[in-house]
Design a protein around this ligand. Structure first.
Ligand code: NAP
Ligand code: NAG
Ligand code: NAG
Length: 328
């Protein structure tokens, strides 16, 4: 009895600790007259991010693959801001990304914020119409192409920022060679391949964010990565992982328990993303990774210039950038 009580107290204290250390974006910035794109903005962390930006008067373009008109209307009702727009994009298709960017360039005069939030997990070794691993394309190659195509518009907008929504799982990658970007993992050799696929894609996106930060510095664009933490959303990476081995089964169950007990809700999950997008202290800060609104360490591989550069060059090749689209 005493033991059970101790356990309950310990869990309770951990919960308090989790709540106290959860970061909060305390910015009061007004966003009237500004424009933001939030990919994956029709659900989860992206939806909460879009809601916050809209409540500040920002024009918000929700870029998602399904038109969830309910979300858009709900956002307008919730924030009282009629300037919430939905535009279709499928990040798993280079053609769709190009069409989306072309239209944005045609219709928008400025782009203050690009929030690369959309992401998927748990789809194992599946290929897209472009012949790429689907997780890698949605989480890295698609946003990589999109950011290139919108770079001019973003540079033309003063004080603009780009945020890449990353994950703590970027640390558990097994990306050793740049050409592994589009080579399916060997499922016999690596029972954790579904994790690795996600981890690798998040690491690539983080490395790309670092290089974008260097290349766009002169244009005055700040580029950072935001780790939202464990968030209870429909596409929870962890809830989507396969139970393909006893070890994975146990890990998944433990993580599920952890997420139920200590997971953030989507509002809490959006705080670090918003911090990177809005905080005045970050007006001159670029190429960093934030978690709970604090600058944190990056995975060791992300800091190796040569490796980063090879991933960048390989990504340029895979998304088929023309010479003039490449960033100098
Ligand atoms: N939840 C967590 O614990 C956690 C932790 C660390 C990082 N993250 C990252 O946070 C980001 C947001 O995740 P979330 O938890 O909010 O997940 P979510 O609720 O599933 O939101 C992801 C959004 O992206 C959209 N999307 C998926 N595939 C797309 C595609 N091919 N083209 C365009 N949009 C697409 C989804 O649309 P549909 O619903 O129509 O598929 C959805 O609206 C992701 O990058 C995720 O990896 C999440
Ligand atoms: C995966 O690795 C195993 C063990 O080395 C090997 O027998 C198999 O051919 C590999 N599969 C693929 C698709 O490369
Ligand atoms: C990537 O490409 C650039 C430009 O072509 C080149 O300068 C750089 O050395 C390449 N990186 C690596 C690691 O080969």
């Amino acid at each position: 009895m005493k033991f059970l009580l101790d356990v309950a107290v310990a869990f309770g204290l951990l919960k308090v600790f989790a709540k106290v250390t959860a970061g909060q974006c305390r910015s009061n910035k007004c966003m009237v007259g500004k424009t933001a794109i939030v990919t994956g903005g029709s659900s989860g962390i992206g939806y909460e991010t879009a809601a916050d930006l809209a409540s500040r008067g920002c024009k918000v373009i929700i870029a998602d693959k399904a038109d969830r008109a309910v979300s858009r209307e709900a956002l307008i009702e919730r924030t009282g801001n009629p300037e919430v727009i939905y535009k279709h994009i499928n990040l798993a298709s280079f053609k769709s990304v190009r069409e989306f960017a072309k239209e944005i360039i045609k219709t928008e005069k400025r782009l203050d914020l690009l929030i690369n939030n959309a992401g998927i997990s748990g789809i194992r070794n599946k290929l897209t119409e472009d012949g790429q691993l689907k997780v890698m394309q949605v989480n890295h190659l698609g946003p990589f192409l999109l950011t290139h195509l919108l770079a001019d518009l973003i540079i033309r907008t003063p004080m603009s920022r780009i945020v890449f929504v990353s994950s703590i799982l970027s640390f558990t990658n097994n990306l050793k060679k740049a050409d592994m970007l589009n080579i399916p993992l060997n499922t016999t050799l690596d029972s954790m391949y579904a994790w690795k696929e996600y981890s690798n894609s998040k690491l690539c996106a983080m490395m790309a964010a670092n290089v974008f930060s260097e290349k766009l510095q002169e244009g005055g664009v700040m580029v950072n990565s935001a780790i939202p933490g464990l968030v209870f959303s429909s596409n929870d990476p962890i809830l989507n992982m396969p139970n393909n081995s006893p070890l994975n089964f146990i890990i998944n169950k433990l993580l599920y328990l952890k997420i139920v007990l200590y997971g953030k809700n989507v509002y809490e999950g959006s705080q670090t993303v918003l911090y990177c997008a809005l905080e005045n202290d970050l007006n001159q800060v670029s190429g960093k990774v934030f978690a709970d609104c604090m600058s944190v360490m990056q995975p060791p591989l992300a800091q190796i210039w040569d490796f980063r550069s090879r991933i960048w060059n390989k990504s340029e090749e895979l998304v088929k950038l023309t010479e003039s689209e490449k960033l100098k």
